[in-house]
Design a binder for this molecule. Sequence first.
Ligand code: MG
Length: 301
Amino acid sequence: MSRPQIAQGTGWAPLLSRGAPDELFDAYVFDLDGTLYLGDELLPGARRLLLALRELGRPVRFLSNNATLDVAQYAAKLARMGLPTREGDVVNTVVTMTRWLLDHAPDAVVFPIAEAPLIRAFEQAGIRMSEDPAEIDIVVASFDRAFDYRKLQIAFDAIWFHGRARLVATNPDRYCPMPGGRGEPDCAAVVAAIEACTGTTCEVNVGKPDPEMLRAALAGLDVDPARTVMVGDRLGTDILLAHAAGTSSALVLTGETRPQDLIGVPDEQLPDLVLERVDQLLPAHLWTELGWSGDEAAPRT
Ligand SMILES: [Mg+2]
């Protein structure tokens, strides 16, 4: 597969004409926010692509850094949008953070700055949690839309005053893309607040681009990573993960990344494919076979 090339002096336009793959991949891993949907709306082409890949017998998995839903909720959300999905086909940082704590700090007392799904997963896994800074061993920072000064004070006291807690995070994302070009401040903002007041540095990120995320998504599938494609909207998480895990990579321009962001990116960090919309992932000869036109703009058509 040829890599996208930026023609010097002509900007980003040539990238967009180098998008379509020639053949199907053996397996497909999709990011969710900004790749398949924004908020509660599927992006154009997402539904027909996913249904076509399943019809063609290609394994499809979903991988998200977003810990504000658990895998059952993600499966239900995809089903509501017309894409029935098994829980086991979704991996997110609720799964990987719970696993990381059980593997690396099974006896730790944890203070989660997180929304209900992550806290519920910790409870179900038997992880001890506390808001008492004197006994907190690990502060887990996450995408938390109820983050406030009280939580920051607890983290500060546990890390700085008591000098005992470590800081780990579910994901490095700055914001979560939303419809209309908007976004919601994500985990990086919580991490930055804690780092700024304590002077500590976050030690662990269990989300993309950690290759463990992709291994978790492909568990149980006998596929060659080189014949697998990771599809996402972010260079620093989705595409970096693909490079780290040895899969092909496809960047969709429906979320965070703008075409001009690709200018000046070192060759080894560029995606293999750049797509204006996600259904361009299907090879052109199959578009003809399936009678697709380029205008599936409405989510459910
Ligand atoms: Mg995304």
